[in-house]
Design a protein around this ligand. Structure first.
Ligand code: GUN
Ligand code: ZN
Length: 434
C-alpha cells in the first residue's frame, strides 16, 4: 500500500470557508514550506513540511515545486464544450449571437467524430488552465455527451455534463421534442451519472427554447433523479428577459418559470443571473439553488454586471464560470481578472481571498461537491494545480515585489493565464505539465 503514497513539497494554500462569512483570517490555510500527501487519488494530509515529513513511509516519493504556489484545482461552474471553436466571435449580443454563430456551430455535433475531436481539445484546454472540474453544456445531440464523457472518463476527471433540451425557437436541425429529450436525457443519465467521477446534469438550454411540456419533462426527470444536476441559463440579457416575460406571462418573474416546473433546488446551477429582482434573490436562497458568475462572457456579450454583493447579502451560492464560447478565456485566473473589474465598476472590492474561494471551494459548494473537492482537507480528491511564480519574466518581477500572500494571489489573478499553470493533477495523477 505504501508504494502508492506520493508527496508534493512547496508553498501550499487552500480555502476553508467563504471570507465574507468567517472573515479573512479564518478563511484559509497557508504553509510557506508545505507538504501535500496523496494516496490512491485522495489527500491524506496537508501541512508544514517539517510536521509531516516524519509521517511519510520509507520510500515515499517527494516531488519538489520551488517558486510555486500549490492550490486546489479550479472549478468552472458553467461552460459549453461545443462552443470551443467559436470563442471570441465578433460583435453581437446574446440572442443575435446565438442565431449567428452558436446554433450553426452546434449543428456539427451530430457527428460523433467531430464531437470527440472537440472534446479532446476542450479537455486539454481545461487542464492546461488548471481547471479540474467543470459543469458543461453538450449540444442537443446525445452523441455529444457520450463523446465528452468517454474522453473525461479516460482522463479520470470529475466532470458534469448534459444533453441540451431544446424544442422551440431554434433551427429545426437543433430541436428535439419534449418526449425525445426526456428519453434521451434519462438514458444518458442512467448510463453516465456516477460512472467513474462523472455526473449528469439535466440541461434545458434556457426558458425561451423549451415549451412548457419540455420544462415539465425536465422537472419529472429531476424528480426521478434528485441526485443529478439541473443546469441552465437565467436573466443574462435584457432582451432575453423581456422575451421570457412574453412567453411565460403567467409566471411572476424569470426564475419563477424554472420554479414552476420543479427545476430549482440543491444541484440546480443557473448561469448569469444579472437582472434579478428581490423576490428572485430570495427564492434562489430559499430553494438552495446556485448561480454561476461569468464575467468574461457578461462583458463580451454586453450582458451586464453581476451583483456578487447581492448574492452575499442573500446567501446565494456562487461559483465562477468561463461560459466559453460567450466567455473569452478558459482561464479561471483571467476570469478572476474580469470579475475584479466588474466589481470595480459596481463600486465593490473583490479581495484575493474571495477570488480564490470562488475559483475553488466556492465552486465546489455551488456544485454540492465540497465534501470531495475544493480544498486540501484529508479525504478529499487530489485535484490540484502548481502555479508558477516564474511563469514569465513579468510575473517573476511582479512576484518579487509582493509583500504578502494576498498580493501574490492578486498578482496571479490579474496577470496569470495558462502560462501560470506549471502542472495540473487529477486524482493524484499529473494530467498536464508545461
Ligand atoms: N443562453 C442560451 N444559450 C446560451 C449560450 O449558449 N450561451 C450563453 N452565454 N447564454 C445562453
Ligand atoms: Zn452559457
Amino acid at each position: 500500500m505504501t508504494s502508492s503514497i506520493s508527496a508534493h513539497r512547496g508553498p501550499l494554500f487552500h480555502m476553508l470557508a467563504d471570507p465574507a462569512e468567517v472573515g479573512e483570517e479564518a478563511s484559509y490555510q497557508y504553509w510557506e514550506d508545505g507538504l501535500l500527501v496523496v494516496a490512491d487519488g485522495k489527500i491524506i494530509a496537508a501541512g508544514a513540511y517539517s510536521d509531516l515529513l516524519s509521517t511519510l513511509p520509507d520510500g515515499a516519493v517527494i516531488e519538489n515545486h520551488p517558486d510555486s504556489l500549490i492550490v486546489p484545482g479550479f472549478i468552472d461552474t458553467h461552460i459549453h464544450y461545443p462552443q470551443t471553436e467559436m470563442i471570441g466571435a465578433f460583435g453581437k449580443q446574446l440572442l443575435e449571437w446565438l442565431n449567428t454563430y452558436t446554433f450553426p456551430t452546434e449543428r456539427d455535433f451530430q457527428d460523433p467524430q467531430h464531437a470527440r475531436r472537440v472534446a479532446r481539445v476542450f479537455l486539454d484546454e481545461l487542464l492546461k488552465n488548471g481547471t479540474t472540474t467543470a459543469l458543461v453544456f453538450g449540444t442537443v445531440h446525445p452523441e455529444s455527451v457520450d463523446m465528452f464523457f468517454e474522453e473525461a472518463l479516460e482522463r479520470n476527471l470529475r466532470m458534469i455534463c448534459g444533453k441540451v433540451m431544446m424544442d422551440r425557437n431554434a433551427p429545426d436541425y437543433l430541436c428535439d421534442t419534449a418526449e425525445s429529450s426526456y428519453q434521451d436525457s434519462k438514458a444518458l443519465l442512467e448510463k453516465w451519472h456516477g460512472k467513474g467521477r462523472l455526473l449528469y446534469a439535466v440541461t434545458p438550454r434556457f426558458a425561451p427554447t423549451s415549451t412548457p411540456e419540455q420544462l415539465a419533462a425536465a422537472g419529472r426527470l429531476r424528480q426521478e433523479h434528485p441526485d443529478a444536476y439541473m443546469h441552465t441559463h437565467l436573466s443574462e440579457n435584457l432582451a432575453e428577459c423581456a422575451w421570457v416575460k412574453e412567453l411565460f406571462p403567467q409566471c411572476a418573474n424569470y426564475l419563477d418559470v424554472y420554479d414552476h416546473y420543479g427545476l430549482l433546488g440543491k444541484r440546480a446551477v443557473l448561469a448569469h443571473g444579472i437582472h434579478l429582482c428581490e423576490d428572485e434573490w430570495k427564492r434562489l436562497h430559499s430553494s438552495d439553488s446556485a448561480l454561476a458568475f461569468c464575467p468574461t462572457s457578461n462583458l463580451f456579450l454586453g450582458s451586464g454586471l453581476f451583483a456578487l454583493e447581492e448574492a452575499e447579502r442573500h446567501k446565494v451560492k456562487v461559483g465562477l464560470g468561463t461560459d466559453v464560447g460567450g466567455g473569452t478565456s478558459f482561464s479561471l485566473l483571467q476570469t478572476l481578472n474580469e470579475a475584479y473589474k466588474v466589481m470595480q465598476l459596481r463600486g465593490q472590492a473583490l479581495t484575493p481571498f474571495k477570488s480564490f474561494y470562488l475559483a475553488t471551494l466556492g465552486g465546489a459548494r455551488a456544485l454540492e461537491l465540497d465534501h470531495c473537492l475544493g480544498g486540501f482537507t484529508a479525504g478529499k480528491e487530489a485535484d490540484f494545480v502548481v502555479l508558477d511564480k516564474r511563469a514569465t519574466p513579468l510575473l517573476q518581477l511582479r512576484m518579487e515585489n509582493c509583500r504578502s500572500l494576498a498580493e501574490q494571489l492578486f498578482a496571479f489573478s490579474i496577470l496569470g493565464d495558462d502560462r501560470a499553470i506549471r502542472a495540473t493533477y487529477a486524482a493524484g495523477r499529473c494530467v498536464h505539465k508545461k
